[in-house]
Design a protein around this ligand. Structure first.
Ligand SMILES: [Zn+2]
Length: 175
């Protein structure tokens, strides 16, 4: 019992120190920045792939970026992060409003959705996953990628490689 309490105190102390250590805070920032870039580059990849069939003007990729950033606005809501704005209902409401009001051209709204869905797919690959039909928590999509760990950097590099390949910036000669 005493050992347990003692261990508890040490862990709490360590955690406290860790949280207030500048390097740790820095690492957390790097992680958030990294997450953002992974989402942006993945949205770009999906956009470029769809571009083969749909032939969007390239500047529309900006709307895919906005869509890819949108779900993480719920980061400010603590426990509701990955729930509040990480579900299909939010997207449907946004699309409904945009289509009904004609606020922006429909094509912009469609490309926004591409970015939004790409964000959900990527978050769905992580251990914590997402609830696509939240507040219905019966369905959860989750994978084995750990955010901020080596797997994320690997995913980032693979996606970047594919983007460079598709966009024609990188040419790979197999023979
Ligand atoms: Zn997210």
């Amino acid at each position: 019992m005493i050992t347990h309490l003692f261990l508890n105190a040490i862990i709490t102390r360590l955690f406290h120190n860790l949280c207030y250590c500048p390097t740790f805070i820095n690492l957390m920032n790097i992680r958030t920045i990294m997450q953002k870039y992974t989402h942006l580059i993945f949205a770009l990849l999906v956009f470029l792939l769809l571009n083969y069939i749909l032939h969007f003007p390239l500047y529309l990729a900006l709307f895919a970026f906005v869509g890819a950033m949108f779900p993480d606005l719920d980061l400010k809501f603590g426990k509701l992060h990955r729930k509040l704005l990480h579900n299909v209902w939010v997207l449907l409401i946004i699309l409904f409003v945009l289509f009904r009001t004609g606020l922006i051209d429909n094509i912009f709204a469609i490309v926004f959705s591409i970015g939004f869905v790409s964000h959900l797919v990527l978050d769905g690959l992580t251990v914590s996953g997402i609830y696509p039909f939240w507040p219905i928590e019966k369905f959860r999509i989750r994978g084995s990628a750990k955010t901020g760990k080596a797997s994320e950097y690997l995913i980032f590099v693979i996606i970047l490689f594919m983007v460079l390949l598709i966009s024609g910036i990188l040419k790979v000669y197999l023979f």
